[in-house]
Ligand binder design. Sequence first.
Ligand code: TPP
Length: 263
Amino acid sequence: MTGLESLKTESTLYSKPESLADRATHYCAGCGHGIVQRLIAEVVDELNIFDRAICVSSIGCTVTSYNYFNFDGLESAHGRAPAVATAIKRCHPNLVPFTIQGDGDLASIGVAEIVHVCARGENLTIIFVNNAIYGMTGGQMAPTTLIDMYSTSTPGGRKPDTSGYPIRMSEMLSTLDGPAYISRVSLHNPANIRRAKKAIKLAFKTQLAGLGLSLVEILSPCPVNWKMDPVKALEFVAGKMTQQYPLGEFKISDAAALLKKDL
Ligand SMILES: Cc1ncc(C[n+]2csc(CCOP(=O)(O)OP(=O)(O)O)c2C)c(N)n1
């Protein structure tokens, strides 16, 4: 094949999703939040729910997510996104609300909200970005910070005798009867990013099929607050983080499992 012929056969593999705004993000170099938002935008495009999707952002680095999506969004108080999304879904069942929440937001100040939205089994989607630290406020310890991990509030590393143990939210929430689908994925390499997209898509499809609450926990790097370069941060996610937070499905109803065949 000549160079010209091969040029003619080239096709576009990746283009910017229509749901993603054409705007630079405020995220730090090597942060995972932008990847998560791109995956969500791809899924919203593919499921053709642009007119029905609503991003309920909570407080944390993703608070201004509405700036990065072209579909609707609104901002809730810290930890309260599940309550706001509940109200949207109950008042407008045809809409497709989802929350985007950090680990400080979901597992600390909003821990009651997430437990009860799961216990109620609301038909909505939770995107939980676990970077094991309070990113927005400058790297304080979160409920998910690993033992011995540095944070500005545990400069000598998190110690269980003073700061307790990290919480595995997905495992804990999976003991409740309400959720239809709970899984944990990671952003540490392209193969895992592709898996993360599938999990996000299944979560949205679960809501669209009216099957109940879906939650995807995404392990995500925060190099600036972890004081690591981006490559080391990805190695940390692949190694220490996945040891503490194993990847996989923790809960999936039979009906939600059937939706996997056309992901
Ligand atoms: C009621 C309330 N308490 C505390 C804060 C301060 N605050 C803002 S963001 C944040 C932590 C966010 O961390 P996380 O949810 O892990 O998200 P990240 O920024 O890491 O993505 C805190 C404590 C606040 N804005 N409102």
